[in-house]
Design a protein around this ligand. Sequence first.
Ligand code: SF4
Length: 471
Amino acid sequence: MSSPITVPARAPTVGFVSLGCPKALTDSELILTQLRAEGYETSKSFAGADLVIVNTCGFIDDAVKESLDTIGEALAENGKVIVTGCLGAKTGDSGGNLVRQMHPSVLAVTGPHATQEVMDAVHQHVPKPHDPFVDLVPEARADFRGTAGIKLTPRHYAYLKISEGCNHRCTFCIIPSMRGDLVSRPIGDVLGEARALFESGVKELLVISQDTSAYGVDVKYRTGFFDGKPVKTRMLELCEQLATLAEPFGAWVRLHYVYPYPSVDEVLPLMAAGRVLPYLDVPFQHAHPAVLKRMKRPAYGEGGERNLERLTRWREICPQIVVRSTFIAGFPGETEEEFQTLLDFMREAQIDRAGCFAYSAVKGAAANDIPGMLPMELREERRARFMAVAEEVSIAKLQRRVGATMQVLVDSAPALGRKGGVGRSYADAPEIDGTVRLLPPEKASRTLKAGEFTRVRIVGTQGHDLIGQPV
Ligand code: SF4
């Protein structure tokens, strides 16, 4: 006798919106991975979903507005909304939670890095589907993507978050009040995730945190274990291990948010040897000691002079190093002379890739109480003057690459690259730097594919991009 066939009920669907920086993106990946592991389906649309999760950003006023608008849209179109992320940790004017104040009908609000709390709220409003096969699988870890994890980046690159929060208290920043003090992830978990990502086809791993050079400070560089071997929770050991894991896959490891501490010098030999990409994303923010002091930047007393010495040292150890940085123009109280120091630093430091914001007052930031807020037009004018110098430096450096042969990771190449494509060299991080525009290969038999490496001869420049001929 045949057993009766039961038609399974439709799997519950959760709409998901991810806003904000790469750190928020990795939180989204963890939540989506957990949802999938439990049998929920996900969609990008609000209508038709059983519930919507909005992962918000609360960093600058524009981001707050975008997040609040998205929550409003989700409520209007769906009605059942859970809010997570940085904005969820923000306080409103009346002292209560800002999101609840603006949108009282949301089902739940959590801060960032709160996969378990988000899942608890989901379970409460849309019960977990019962699947006898899924239910036999051991519980997925809420802080680990593993091999089956969901990534929101293209298949060939991934962000690897090594810690949460920050021990510094820069006066323009509200991240510590939203994400708390530094909490380093155990080194064994970080390396396990990196290996799983390489095994799943990732060719470029982007290490992110609020302060990568501070990795392990909170746990006093405790010795953890990976593959049964002891490894210290420290930036140098992390980089060495990541380089070893990346090597069999020929993959890249790129470091973001590194501070110019003397200890970073130890990582430079790994870059000179080509084991970690010779690329450092160092948020200098300013160069004048008095402004750095008002900003309460880490190691502020040292100022631009000391940072120039550090850059010189790094270039001695690894001449091919590319440095990216961000700066703030028009910080409260910034004099013309202080701003000139910043311009001089930019010229001398020869920063390859620089971004600059005109100072914008972030609600809740201590910098708002510093006397001498500059008019917006002046802040914008200084930003434009800074960018003119930065572009001059950057374009001159790009032009020096013409004639060189570089390895490029292809990001897109429709029709096997017959019409060319777009890629990046070690000097270009995705989303924030330039690209290498790829010409169609000269030989008809030569193809280009997204996610593969190719060698190109640099034949020209175009704005912030290089033009490369596959060889
Ligand atoms: S180092 Fe400063 S700017 Fe960066 S997250 Fe920490 S407090 Fe914010």
